[in-house]
Design a protein around this ligand. Structure first.
Ligand SMILES: [Zn+2]
Ligand SMILES: [Zn+2]
Length: 226
């Protein structure tokens, strides 16, 4: 049995994901997520299952699964993984997402292939790793799935999406991605991202796969901004 040091409180634990049970129980799970995009729905309101956006303009993906809400302390944990290369935290979060995904595709006709959202090569060079690819590798190992790292590539460096309004984010991302081998059609893909903010990025990747003929497109992310 391995002993891990909980990254949040420092106590030792035998939990394989590395977080002690007390901290695990405190992390902000989705409470009332939209069944399509996982945005948190207001506690009261006329829509029970879907958010207004998904009802009015359904996204190109079938379903987005998230492990957490993007609030304290998950926000800070993801920042540690992404910007300070804390891979132990990245592994912990990915294993907790894998637990959430455990039976997600038991009804699926085809075994899904994981597609990490690619970084542009200049960004990859600067950071040294693609956080989404590392999450996808951890999910694949846990859930017995395969990752296709090279199939989708980022052809334009879209810089930071921060500070752009939702509509601007969409147009900023147009033609930002391309498929390396369009003749290879996966029947079912799961796009893997670290944080889903406005869905502009995953929408762009999902559209690409939809056009290529993929029938089922899901998304898995560590955290969803609502
Ligand atoms: Zn702890
Ligand atoms: Zn929604």
């Amino acid at each position: 049995m391995m002993i891990f040091e909980c990254p949040l409180c420092g106590s030792s634990t035998q939990n394989a994901h590395g977080l002690c049970s007390e901290c695990d129980a405190l992390l902000p799970r989705p409470l009332r997520p939209c069944r399509r995009c996982s945005a948190e729905l207001a506690a009261q309101g006329p829509w029970r299952d879907y958010c207004e956006t998904c009802l009015l303009a359904p996204p190109s993906f079938d379903r987005c699964l998230t492990a957490f809400q993007y609030v304290f302390p998950v926000r800070e944990l993801i920042a540690g993984f992404k910007f300070r290369a804390d891979f132990a935290i990245g592994r912990t979060l990915a294993l907790l997402l894998a637990a959430r995904m455990a039976n997600a595709w038991s009804d699926a006709q085809d075994t899904p292939v994981l597609i990490p959202v690619p970084l542009h090569r200049s960004r990859l060079r600067a950071r040294g790793f693609n956080q989404s690819a590392l999450i996808a590798e951890a999910l694949a190992a846990q859930c017995n799935l395969t990752v296709s790292r090279q199939h989708c590539r980022r052809v334009r460096d879209t810089h930071s999406q921060r500070g752009l309004r939702a509509a601007e984010r969409g147009s900023n991302l147009q033609h930002a991605f391309a498929l390396n081998n369009p003749d290879l059609v996966y029947p079912h893909v799961v796009i893997v991202d670290d944080v889903v903010t406005t869905t502009a990025t995953i929408e762009e990747v999902a559209r690409l796969y939809r056009r290529a003929g993929t029938r089922r497109i899901d998304v898995a992310c560590l955290a969803r901004v609502s």
